[in-house]
Design a binder for this molecule. Structure first.
Ligand code: IMP
Ligand code: MG
Length: 185
């Protein structure tokens, strides 16, 4: 049995290693820095809980400008099909968004419902600009209104954990991204 399977029995394999993630986050930081003007101040909005690890790594790669960081907490409720599920805001930002350059950070885009809902919420507050950076993108979202300008990695269709992502609130602390075993072998 591999060490991974011994320590984390739910995990099937490592999908993105700690080293791969660090290298990609550094690249993303450079890409984001060069997109904005040197005078542009950035309000980075991390979507909790999932994006807390990615947000903290990414902001440390933004060295070209003034940056402020804020968070909001959203969660999907309900079971069944995506259309019947509801995105609820648990905790709002403390910062004002109006006339600011806002960069929304999402952990993973799956159905895109969270991004659409939170994007609408932020857009209604009249930011100067609104861009999205997603760590992972499953590329299955239909009717995405706020397509991320920056994506860390395209994700496989598995349920992924680690680097902020959870399975029933577990595994968020793993420094790599792993796939959960489906038990269908
Ligand atoms: P969406 O609204 O369907 O795009 O889902 C977005 C949220 O669902 C993400 O912010 C995650 O918190 C969660 N999610 C979606 N897919 C995964 C996954 O594979 N692992 C862990 N969380 C996920
Ligand atoms: Mg989540």
């Amino acid at each position: 049995m591999s060490e991974l399977a011994t320590r984390y029995p739910d995990l099937e394999r490592v999908v993105f290693s700690q080293e791969q993630i660090a290298a990609r986050v550094e690249e993303l930081g450079r890409e984001i820095d060069s997109f904005y003007g040197p005078e542009d101040e950035l309000l980075v909005v991390g979507l909790l809980k999932g994006a807390f690890v990615f947000t903290s790594d990414l902001v440390r790669q933004l060295e070209g400008r003034a940056v402020t960081v804020d968070f909001l907490t959203a969660a999907l409720y309900g079971h069944g099909t995506d259309s019947s599920r509801e995105v609820r805001l648990h905790q709002d930002l403390t910062a004002s968004v109006e006339e600011r350059h806002v960069l929304l950070i999402e952990d993973i885009v799956d159905s895109g419902k969270t991004l659409n809902r939170i994007g609408d919420l932020l857009a209604a507050r009249k930011p100067r600009s609104l861009e999205v950076c997603a760590f992972l993108h499953k590329r299955i979202a239909d009717g995405l209104r706020y397509e991320p300008r920056w994506v860390g990695f395209d994700a496989p269709p598995d349920w992924l954990v680690g680097y902020g992502l959870d399975l029933g609130e577990r595994y968020r602390h793993l420094p790599f991204v792993g796939a959960i075993a489906t038990g269908e072998e």
